[in-house]
Design a protein around this ligand. Sequence first.
Ligand code: ZN
Ligand code: ZN
Length: 587
Amino acid sequence: MKKTLLYAALVSLVGCASNATKTEKNITTNNAQFDAFKNRFVSALWKANPQWATSQGFHDYDSVLIIPNAASRVDDLAFNNNYLDSLKQFDVNQLDQNNATDFALIQNQLKQSVWSITEYKAHEWNPSNYNIGGSVAEILNNKNASLTIKVANVNGLLRNISNYYSAAKQNITTPTLEHTDLAIQQLQGTVSYLETSVNDSINAIKGSATVLKNALEATNNFIDYLQGKKAEMQKNNIAFKDFRIGKELFVKKFEYEIQAQATAEQIYNRALKRKEELNVEMATLAEHWWKNKNANQPLPANKKEMVRQAIATISKTHVTRQNFQTEIEREIPLLTAFVKQINLLYMDPAKPLVVRKEPEWMAGVAGASISAPGPYDKNGNTYYNVGSLAAYSPEEAESYLREYNQYTLQILNIHEAIPGHYAQLIYANQSPSIIKAILGNGAMIEGWAVYTERMMMEEGWAKNTEINGTVQEDEMWLMYYKWHLRVVCNTILDYNTHVNNWTKDQALNLLMNEAYQEKAEAEGKWRRATLTQVQLCSYFTGYSEIYDLRQTLKTKQQATFNLKAFHEKLLSFGSAPIKFIAPIMSK
Ligand code: ZN
Ligand code: ZN
């Protein structure tokens, strides 16, 4: 309810910019006060959440480890409630556009934190919350500090680690089996990281080895504890907590995390509808392709079987594993040129994208990702990390390369790089608000990347590119739809798993029989659905709301609608939720 009011306030404030000058001084003061408030809030937020600060590139509290016990949760609640109170001193109607959205983001964050502690309670059931490996890596990877300082901070962080794990043991009253297994696996990774890279760093400056030795012992002890607890529960037939969080928590988490105009249920129903549309489109395309390119093979009577076989055949066109990174490097300039030629978005040539082999500390999962500079390092490089396929067996490599074949590899590059994540993050970094950088909305970020896939296809990307010397439009579209169907099914899977109690069999049936996924991919996705909630909905939700906004504006502006202007305006808000951007842009 409060959200709706705020939303209405945001809409009205844009309209009253030309009001009498009498209120102007008032507005200025209020905005100046709110700017000062934001600075105090961010400083206090980092002090209260040192590991979060470290992950954002703010290193003042690197050496501080908060013991996650009941007392610290009381402190945390007080922090959030106090700041919720402080927000009441501001009239959101008096704030400018940027501050009004920041107000809403801060309020949402504070309410979500309270809800996490009092309702969601992951500290009781998710043992993988207790792991300092990532923080240690963030400290040691800081380019702006000397090794001596970094090692001192690591030592500070590790000093009280046994108290940290003791509190964790107290907290974990009702673990899920899935998060227990995840915790054991990840903590083993942390142990090996501490034994090798961290040990080397500490030795390099003759730092305190005792701290590390104790930290290793405490971590191994915690792993033993989790393994023991798991064995004991299994032996005595004590039920683990169900990893499914149920409708009430799911709906609430969706509200806080996705911050969409639509509810979780509305998005779920939309995804079901989109899946049916895609099935029709894909059958039409597959049949057209078959008659033109595969006429010597008998056409299956069953439409799904026809689509499956068409996808299997087309997927055989792929690069070799040695050429995987080279192919990505070749495609990036082609995408940039297309975006420029069709006039889709201005891209700052001074901020190039660096394609690199995935650094070792990220390694483990092959694939591709973007590392964007954080809010405290805006001029840092943006990297496109390409996972190595070197460790794969020939069969594994073949399966991976068929998944990321010549066609889907292009969609991947659009999504991760141009004009997807890379372009969006460059624009987001120009946004004046640190709040939007720290509390960036995942649905906006993923939604934009998914939106650009469709937008590039609609603007003629498939006609523009040649594969093996020919334009292959049907193939490109069919593979795009397969990729898009994955996004749609992420939402269906996430919602059904947590709200409708889906089993693994139901999940695999959806992914393999209705979305044409390989078994390994489907199993991986099921695992992700058991370990996360709501995040898998972010892609389709953000995409839908951006696409809708564009349709609304096209209808309204008719011939004056300009795609480039739409994209640039949309991105100028930074990573704010579409529900705040849409009313302002539709004004
Ligand atoms: Zn092959
Ligand atoms: Zn993405």
